[in-house]
Design a protein around this ligand. Structure first.
Ligand SMILES: Nc1ncnc2c1ncn2[C@@H]1O[C@H](COP(=O)(O)OP(=O)(O)OP(=O)(O)O)[C@@H](O)[C@H]1O
Ligand SMILES: [Mg+2]
Length: 362
């Protein structure tokens, strides 16, 4: 699902933060189809902590970490950001660098194939720089081990020569800050997790917070969004700012092409209908998962892999993209024997929950 694939940021976008980027570390462009979407997202990204809507706890904690570091004139502890896609991890990583007035280096777990790739990145870091490692749970094991040492001792052992004659030359690194992002904090090995001095877990946004995101975005797009339209879109955005902003753009399209240009409730409802966003904001994958659970597996319990095969997705996508919101909305439960549909899931699909299904979950 291209929609949900975590994106890395374009150099142009980083420029807008006044952040320096090293070309060698600039992530490769992914498919062209995503580019417009990414540019649209970039334009709406908050650039400072006080523009970042919601996540009050994480914002408070982070601002303390950053202020203390600025006060000491030393780089802050390493920061780990975790949470489902589209909640603001990349945005926060960029904000951290901007607030520190530091330059940002961007890389990702999958981009680092060998420990040597990471050693090259680390040994080129300068004092106080922020190294953003997206999808850090996907780092290869040898790179991960190198990172432990670098994060803790600010040292990297460069291997010179091969075979029996090879030797490790320790190279000391300047103080820098790693900002790691992950949609799967549970997959991070404990030694790596422990090396982060601060972990911020991003949670789904409330409808009121999403309304603020939407109103801010509409302003940046040079349009005005009616209050009732904002709450309609917010309530159907799966608690996710990325989705809220995307729906806003679709409502704007509808208003421009089929409406009278006003982003009002009529335009919001009509556009959401065209794009088949249901009243809980569930998308195709969410509904496929629910339908498979309720209809195909009679409510479960069913294992994650079987469920994923049934809906034609990777287990990781079902687990990190669809499931967290379905669980949070009380539609799906996780049990030791597998995933189960709750009575609310049946009702959401317009079906009558079987009596034993209800018992199963209670
Ligand atoms: N707190 C927020 N306030 C306003 N806008 C936000 C906020 N968080 C995220 N956004 C918007 O949502 C978009 C997606 O956020 P971001 O790219 O940071 O998510 P992510 O957590 O890195 O997702 P992924 O796991 O897919 O990489 C951003 O372009 C930004 O415009
Ligand atoms: Mg991201």
């Amino acid at each position: 699902m291209a929609d949900h694939v975590g994106e890395l940021d374009e150099p142009d976008e980083l420029d807008a933060y006044g952040i320096e980027l090293t070309p060698a570390l600039t992530p490769a462009r992914t498919s062209g189809a995503d580019e417009l979407e990414r540019a649209a997202e970039a334009a709406l990204r908050p650039r400072r902590l006080d523009e970042f809507v919601g996540q009050r706890v994480v914002r408070d904690q982070l601002s303390l970490v950053l202020d203390a570091a600025l006060g000491r004139g030393a780089p802050p502890d390493h920061v780990l950001l975790s949470g489902p896609p589209g909640l603001g991890k990349t945005t926060l990583a960029m904000i951290i660098a901007a607030e520190l007035g530091a330059s940002l280096r961007v890389t990702s777990g999958p981009a680092i194939q060998h420990a040597g790739d990471l050693a090259a990145v680390l040994s080129s870091l300068e004092e106080g720089e922020v190294l953003f490692i997206d999808e850090i749970h996907r780092l290869a094991r040898p790179a991960e081990e190198l990172l432990y040492v670098a994060m803790e001792d600010f040292r990297v052992d460069v291997i010179v020569g091969k075979g029996a004659g090879a030797s490790a030359i320790p190279l000391s690194l300047p103080r820098f800050t790693v900002v790691g992002a992950t949609t799967r904090a549970g997959l991070l090995p404990a030694p790596l997790r422990d090396r982060f001095g601060f972990t911020g877990h991003l949670d789904f946004y409330s409808a009121a917070e999403l309304e603020r995101v939407l109103t801010r975005s509409a302003g940046l797009l040079g349009t005005e969004l009616a209050g009732d339209a904002a709450s309609e879109i917010a309530s159907r955005s799966r608690g996710t700012p990325r989705i809220a902003n995307r729906l806003l753009r679709r409502v704007r399209d509808w208003a421009q092409v089929r409406g009278d240009g006003q982003l009002d409730l009529r335009a919001a409802r009509a556009a959401l209908q065209v794009y088949e966003v249901d009243d809980l904001g569930l998308d195709r994958l969410d509904r496929a998962v629910l339908t498979a659970l309720c209809v195909r597996f009679a409510g479960g319990p069913v294992g994650l892999t079987t469920l994923a095969v049934t809906v034609g997705e990777e287990p990781e996508t079902v687990e990190t993209v669809a499931e967290p919101y379905l669980v949070r909305e009380g539609l799906v439960g996780r049990t030791p024997r597998g995933r189960v549909a709750t009575p609310a899931a049946w009702r959401h699909l317009g079906l009558t929950p079987p009596v034993d299904g209800a018992v199963l979950f209670s």
